[in-house]
Design a protein around this ligand. Structure first.
Ligand code: SF4
Ligand code: SF4
Ligand code: SF4
Length: 342
């Protein structure tokens, strides 16, 4: 396991995500516009319950069990979803705009990111869903790093960000099999693996990652895990409401989530029924482990306190009235920096 001096982390409050995909586009615009990257979305926001990106990624294996690496499957490009070509020319410039509509050119698409958006689960009137934004977890025990025979994956000593050295990568894709979160893409044009870099060129200039800084929901917090004055430490260590996704994957993820609360169920007479959660506990446990139940109880208790007019440090952090409080050391305005294109 790579030793680091400090570990950067992100925390996302799932109660605030509106599924707008601003984060997805912020990342795309900055990092995945080159050749071979058109189908890549280093940041994804999927509807849960759902198959996600790549399709059914939770069933593809990888990670560790009792410290032993587990076999994983390589996600295919079709499972991620192709970057479709549309008939823009015909609709916008071909004079047929009134007779035809935008559609995919070529093979009929079978799957893509957010194919099952907003479907969720459950039966009316108790259907439910929530959005799950995902990036690389910059794991402490990174399965991708362990699996690479070229030692092309590095965990940066200064901040724990996991990066792929494209000069060393030979495109073997063992990292893609090993990552249980399936957060690595393959660039067929360059024959290298590529993934979220936690916006390290921004971080080095004290600027928060683009997906976090541009999130209108104010749900993404950024900081060092050992900063006891910062929101990450308070939410993860002090209040223990923020949990890693699939902790059983054994990689010690450094992205955390405040789990989703849901409205009360509605019974047959149309009345609220608080006795049963709308989102089944078993489902949330399958995502975040048993600790999710305690986390939800703490959230409910602190919400009740604020309803009674009392103050709650936890609610004040999560509401994030003052956005710089969400980003610790990374509040610099990116517009103040003279960026140089590589
Ligand atoms: Fe590696 Fe996957 Fe962990 Fe990212 S999420 S550090 S790609 S194992
Ligand atoms: Fe993309 Fe940066 Fe967010 Fe990673 S941290 S998903 S590279 S915007
Ligand atoms: Fe959710 Fe924020 Fe991303 Fe919008 S930008 S989808 S609110 S995480």
């Amino acid at each position: 396991m790579a030793k680091v001096k400090r570990q950067l982390a992100m925390m996302m409050d799932l109660n605030k995500c509106i599924g707008c995909q601003t984060c997805t586009i912020a990342c795309k615009r900055l990092w995945t516009r080159d050749e071979g990257m058109d189908y890549m979305w280093w940041n994804t926001v999927n509807t849960m319950p759902g198959a996600g990106t790549p399709r059914d990624w939770e069933e593809m294996g990888g990670g560790f069990k009792d410290g032993v690496a587990q076999a994983g499957r390589l996600p295919t490009r079709r499972e991620f979803g192709e970057a479709w070509e549309f008939n823009y020319q015909e609709v916008f410039y071909g004079g047929k705009g009134k007779d035809t509509h935008l559609k995919v050119v070529g093979d009929e698409p079978e799957w893509g990111p957010n194919w099952d958006e907003d479907q969720g689960a459950g039966e009316y009137p108790n259907a439910y869903y929530f959005y799950l934004p995902r990036i690389c977890n910059h794991c402490t025990n990174a399965a991708c790093l362990e699996a690479c025979p070229r030692k092309a994956i590095e965990k940066r000593e200064e901040d724990g960000i996991v990066v792929i050295n494209e000069d060393r990568c030979k495109g073997y894709r063992f990292c893609m099999e090993a990552c249980p979160y399936k957060k690595i893409y393959f660039n067929h044009a360059k024959n290298v693996a590529q993934k979220c870099i936690f916006c390290f060129p921004r971080v080095e200039q004290s600027v928060a990652p683009a997906c976090a800084r541009q999130c209108p929901g104010r749900l993404r917090f950024v900081g060092y895990r050992d900063d006891e004055e910062g929101p990450i430490w308070k939410l993860v260590e002090k209040w223990k409401v923020a949990l890693p996704l699939h902790p059983e994957y054994g990689t010690d993820a450094n992205v955390f989530y405040v789990p989703p609360l849901a409205p009360a169920r509605i019974d047959e007479d149309g009345n609220f029924d608080e006795s049963q959660p709308r989102i089944p506990n078993e489902y949330l446990i399958s995502l975040f482990g048993e600790e999710v139940l305690t986390s939800l109880e703490v959230l409910k208790a602190e919400m009740a306190k604020t309803r009674d007019g009392k103050t709650s440090e936890l609610m004040d952090i999560l509401i994030a009235r003052h956005w710089p409080d969400m980003f610790g050391d990374f509040t610099r305005d990116p517009a103040t920096i003279k960026w140089v294109e590589a």
